[in-house]
Design a protein around this ligand. Structure first.
Ligand code: MIG
Length: 767
């Protein structure tokens, strides 16, 4: 076997005859913890391009290299790679234990599918034919049996992905999203996962935008694999001492969610569709009337003129601008939907401009490619081109000038009504023409990027973008929702692992349609849904046309009361959620965390699907089954304060908790300090000037000086919640602590003083 090796300080290049064509395998120490393993075709001046990674970490790692007859050894300060002549790689940690190990495997992905499944997948539009199921590169790694798998974005199923296989191919599948083994792809492609076993954690990021396949011990219990169908093999082995560190390292590559505007953390009401200015005004009045806080109302596709993007219907919304101004007086913002498909209609400015400038995707013969979406016959902007993104971004001015405060990107898989877009459709890019096959999975990402930059340049505020389809790294530009769930209990249960896995995949600002989108919700289901999602970053009730209305007052008084209670609870803790956004923007660590992220070595929590943590202080264990008013709750080691009763409970065990319909089991970690707002109607900045600091000592006593756990402190972040001035220092950091020798107990220090509008009052309660 031919085997040629070159190496420099931070990279090893290998050629052998196993690689197709004249390709070589490159192994780079991106940092001492992050190793990139990628093939480079033997093409002159070949430059790889990543849609996910915009900047590599500044200080590369370095290799210490040695070799013998059988293998090359490349060691950084954190990991040691043994690269065999067969190109299989074993990776060890500093203690010398094997972390991950390649095994020989020549099976093909399609081998595991039955004829019937293949036919079904073709019918459903998931695959064009079986040829795209032939892998070009496949990596198979050994399983010890103790692993759990997290991540992969918004895939269905549970927290632990072991035993399942998945496909990355952004799909708008109208069937109920269940963990059915044939349900492998959803709207998003986030080819990043975390492998965790006792005392060992790492992540893999497969940066390839073609259709790819993941099999986590599904077809073979002794191994897991990932494979690409085209393009280059390009993956990152990401090591970390903990799950958090792996996420921190992954987001150091692909980026982090920037600080949002404060109001975006409030409650959002949506429906497909609120279809007149009157209806929207009445809706806003109802929130006041029923005393439910609300920050945003969403306009679905019917606000447009014939579903034409960047227009509004003069019949239904004669003046969007005066509507948004009117709502603003009550502190409510409008968010509107946009779809990528541009109606093919002469005289419509978006179509004409796009045609004149060659902004739309074409067939191989250079004809504009047509398909049908909501506007009927439509064409598709080539977001692959920076010029097209710039153009699209400028068009957000139409919405901004109408007072729209945020933009919701839908249908950007891209979805299409007349069959899927063929693989060979051309999307012109800056330096090359991309095929649909190559950029399908990043179409939504690029649309979100265009929307974000447009909003940023034109509004000068922190852009609020929501997207349905995306790729790794989209967190820099957009928040996400999980698309068309249904009003079924299975989807309420799914919401928790789905949001947790999105957070572990670098997409912390996420949410599901509360109450369920498709089919009819019930009072009980809606009540449990608002409870289960009461700390959801994207906190939106949305429902489909033709389904039962889902606004909280359309049921009965007790449903309304429960709904109000949990929306108010959400608002109470928004200062804490905002602090978690701040932390996330610096570290990538998500707000909503599976218990395993904070208690890694506790075996009881590795596959916990029905509880989650908010930061590290709040544990939520919602009821997600009908007719149930008692559930078991696992509390990790430590003292937990029952939020509903104030009782102190010793953790490290399961408890049975009585949770009638109006009760969501919530526990605060003993010793926590949490910033809260008093009762407020919305996040209009004038409502955010008073802060109440809650202290939850492990042992309750009216007098904080009597508390044993009183040495803790909490850092709180404050800024204007709106624009980018925080980047030039206009923010405050408060350090709150409870000191035994102080009346009332609270000690406040301003450790950073850059934002003038301080709180008017900061009070303290011991709970
Ligand atoms: O084909 O705009 O997921 O939230 O209400 C349906 C109408 C298109 C799908 C989105 C949903 C939205 C709906 N859209």
């Amino acid at each position: 076997m031919k085997f040629k090796v070159k190496h420099q300080n931070s990279s090893v290049t290998i050629k052998n005859d196993k690689l197709p064509g004249n390709s070589s395998l490159h192994i780079d120490a991106i940092t001492d913890n992050i190793i990139r393993i990628h093939t480079v075709p033997g093409i002159e001046d070949y430059k790889s391009h990543s849609f996910a990674i915009e900047n590599m970490p500044e200080t590369p790692g370095s290799f210490n290299i040695s070799s013998n007859k059988h293998a090359i050894t490349a060691a950084t300060n954190c990991v040691t790679l043994k690269i065999k002549k067969s190109l299989q790689i074993d990776i060890y940690n500093k203690k010398g234990s094997l972390v991950c190990s390649d095994i020989e495997d020549n099976t093909n992905i399609a081998d595991n599918l039955s004829e019937e499944e293949i036919t079904q997948l073709i019918q459903e539009g998931h695959i064009a034919d079986t040829s795209d199921m032939q892998f070009k590169y496949k990596i198979t790694k050994k399983l010890t049996g103790n692993e759990v798998f997290y991540g992969l974005g918004d895939k269905t199923g549970f927290l632990d992905k072991k035993g399942y296989n998945y496909i990355m191919w952004n799909s708008d599948n109208p069937d109920p999203h269940v963990e059915n083994p044939t349900f492998r792809a959803l709207y998003k492609s986030v080819p990043f996962f975390i492998v965790h076993r006792p005392n060992c954690t790492y992540g893999i990021f497969l940066d390839n935008t073609y259709k790819s396949y993941f099999d986590f011990g599904c077809s073979d219990a002794g191994s897991y694999s990932f494979a690409v169908t085209d393009g280059e093999l390009d993956y990152y082995f990401i090591y970390g001492q903990s799950i958090k560190e792996v996420i921190r390292n992954y987001t150091s590559l692909t980026g982090r969610s920037p600080l949002p505007q404060l109001w975006t953390l409030g409650y959002h009401q949506s429906r497909w569709s609120y279809s007149s200015a009157n209806e929207v005004t009445e809706l806003a009045d109802s929130f006041k009337k029923y005393n439910i806080p609300c920050d945003a109302i969403h306009l679905d596709i019917d606000y447009m003129d014939k579903y034409k993007v960047f227009t509004s219907s003069s019949g239904r919304f004669p003046s969007l601008n005066s509507l948004s101004n009117k709502l603003l007086q009550d502190g409510i913002k409008l968010v509107s939907i946009i779809d990528p498909g541009v109606k093919a209609e002469d005289g419509y400015y978006m179509y004409d401009e796009g045609i004149n400038n060659n902004y739309f995707a074409t067939t191989e013969d250079g004809e504009i490619y047509h398909n049908a979406v909501w506007p009927g016959d439509s064409v598709f902007p080539a977001f692959t081109s920076s010029q097209v993104r710039q153009w699209w971004g400028e068009k957000t001015n139409f919405l901004i000038n109408n007072g729209i405060a945020g933009i919701w990107n839908d249908m950007n898989e891209p979805a299409s009504f007349n069959g899927p877009l063929p693989d060979n459709i051309i999307f012109p890019g800056d330096n090359k023409n991309y095929t649909h096959k190559e950029i399908h999975n990043v179409y939504g990402h690029l649309m979100a990027e265009a929307t974000y930059n447009g909003l940023k340049e034109n509004s000068h505020k922190r852009p609020f973008v929501i997207t349905r389809a995306c790729y790794s790294g989209s967190q820099k530009y957009t928040t996400v929702w999980t698309g068309d769930n249904q009003s079924i209990w299975a989807h309420l249960k799914l919401a928790i692992p789905q949001m947790l896995n999105l957070g572990m995949s670098g997409l912390p600002f996420c949410g599901v349609d509360i109450g369920g989108f498709g089919s009819n919700t019930t009072p009980e289901l809606l009540s449990r849904w608002i409870e289960a999602c009461c700390f959801s970053p994207l906190f939106r009730n949305h429902s489909a046309k033709m389904t039962r209305r889902q606004e909280p007052w359309t049921f009965n008084k007790s449903t309304l009361d429960i709904y109000r209670k949990y929306v108010k609870l959400h608002y109470k803790f928004i200062p804490y959620l905002y602090d978690l956004c701040y932390e996330e923007s610096l570290t990538g660590i998500p707000m909503l965390r599976p218990l395993v992220m904070e208690y890694e070595n506790d075996k009881n929590v590795q596959t916990c699907n029905d509880e989650y943590l908010v930061g590290n202080s709040i544990l939520v264990a919602p009821v997600t089954s009908p007719g149930v008013s008692v559930r078991s709750v696992y509390l990790p080691k430590g003292i937990w304060v029952d939020y509903n009763s104030g009782k102190r409970i010793k953790g490290g065990r399961y408890i049975l908790y009585h949770a009638p319909l109006d009760v969501c089991p919530i526990f605060i970690k003993g010793g926590s300090i949490l910033p809260t707002y008093p009762d407020i109607p919305n996040l209009d900045m004038k409502n955010t000037r008073r802060l109440v600091i809650e202290f939850y000592p492990s042992e309750y006593s009216q007098d904080p000086s009597q508390c044993t756990n009183n040495s803790c402190y909490y850092m709180h972040y404050q800024d204007n919640g709106t624009d980018f001035k925080y980047q030039t220092g206009e923010y405050n950091l408060y350090k709150f602590s409870f000191s035994p020798n102080r009346p009332g107990g609270l000690k406040t220090e301003l450790t950073r003083n850059g934002y003038k509008e301080k709180y008017k009052s900061i009070s303290a309660v011991t709970r």
